[in-house]
Design a protein around this ligand. Sequence first.
Ligand SMILES: Nc1ncnc2c1ncn2[C@@H]1O[C@H](COP(=O)(O)OP(=O)(O)OP(=O)(O)O)[C@@H](O)[C@H]1O
Ligand SMILES: [Mg+2]
Ligand SMILES: [Zn+2]
Length: 505
Amino acid sequence: MLSKTIGYGLSGLEGFAVSVEVDISNGLPSMDIVGLADTSIKESKERVRSAIKNSGRKFEPHKITVNLAPADIKKEGSALDLAIAVGILKSSAQIKDAPDNIVYIGELSLDGSLRHINGVLPMLISAYKQGLTNFIIPKSNAKEASYIDGITVYPAESLKQVIDHLSGLYPIVPCEKIDFTVESKAKLYDSDMAYVKGQAVAKRALEISVSGGHNIIMVGPPGTGKTMLAKCIPTIMPDLTFEEALECTKIHSVAGYIKDDEGLLLTRPFRTPHHTATMIALTGGGSKLRPGEVSMAHNGVLFLDEMPEYSRTALESLRQPLEDGVVTVSRASGTVSYPANFMLVASMNPCPCGNYGSHDKICSCTPTAIAKYKAKISGPLLDRIDIQVTVDNIKYSDIVSTEIGETSETVRKRVNRARLIQRERFKNDDILTNSDMKEKHIKKYCVLSNECEKILESSYQALGLSARARSRIIKVARTIADMSLSKDIKPEHILEAVSYRRMES
Ligand SMILES: Nc1ncnc2c1ncn2[C@@H]1O[C@H](COP(=O)(O)OP(=O)(O)OP(=O)(O)O)[C@@H](O)[C@H]1O
Ligand SMILES: [Mg+2]
Ligand SMILES: [Zn+2]
């Protein structure tokens, strides 16, 4: 007898329905899975066989053929186990009257229990867009699935529970919808801006950078607080919107970072890849086409501490995502794109000994050594870093001062206000922050007075800037203007933005 069930597959962040056709006929006992299935699905034969037996059902010694359609898309992973098992049980008349419109997602254990699947959230979102609204998924994925409106999700712990549900014996209670709220997370962090002494310029630069989503590099001698400041970034990041949280969670779900019983990401990602990270680790790819660090940092921060320590190839691979906000990874069977709109935060010393340019310490490096060190960050990469700020040694009196600085909570309130202004501005533009602006947006929202134009022109000549740097300065100036609630970009805003391009001078 022939049966059909619906399973689901993923290609990048896009899901596709898989029609699982099972035919059981007389013949030598065998089980074949056809339709461009990779080895992990071929292994599902053994899992399905044992799971059915251990759920108290019969696995008849017949010829079983499983066809996964469409046949031209390669299916990988074990998420189709449940659909295949239900198909076999339907074909052998051990499940009757099951509705046809249910999507089955889940990996089976040999004992018949259902295991966590990576990528459930993007699967459900794609399926919903296709008009599919009923799902049976592993219980450990339930929370992740509970934020989507308009679908019914039945969380199951085992194949037996699915069978009992379909037969009407013990119906499963569908997941309850969870409303998305972001509670204030600031209090959960160990770091706080208030603990960082001095460094007023760097703090201001960080606030600008977070407010508008601009890339930033902090340059300074050892032990001045660069890493400490960077660790404060999560404490001043703006709240995630629901759409942003969904986008981030989709990526983290595909990468397998959403563990059992976890729901949506509620805080912006802050990724800190080690300096031995390879190009593939940063931008994604490999045999499974996994998202890389740049995509994991989508809507958040990618922090490269001691930037010159990273390999040149790894650093250069950031250029394309930094420009486009997406990465495309390819392999023989096709290409997938992942969003990668992240804020780059980097730190470095000004030279190998760390003291170059210091007011009170002497640099012991040769000019060649300094040049070589600086050259590790290529011109095109530096060009994409909007804010370049010096973090210098602090005065002893500042270190021992008992004065408490501004807290992260206060800064975060201002950041949220600046983001709100941007959201309002771009509500019909499909972008979120000033740093996302393309030329057409700059033209529309960053009209410059003659005086502003003159400042830009002279800095362009004096600092030898590129056209890209010019656009980026204007975007930073827009953020500075927003922070001071100014509708127009004023000369002082442009001047401050230009002052952050000091490494190019
Ligand atoms: N501005 C500061 N205010 C308070 N404490 C500071 C400051 N700067 C440094 N410190 C103290 O020094 C420690 C080291 O600072 P941090 O790791 O941020 O330095 P760094 O600039 O990243 O140095 P390196 O270039 O060696 O990485 C901090 O954990 C903190 O205890
Ligand atoms: Mg450091
Ligand atoms: Zn030096």
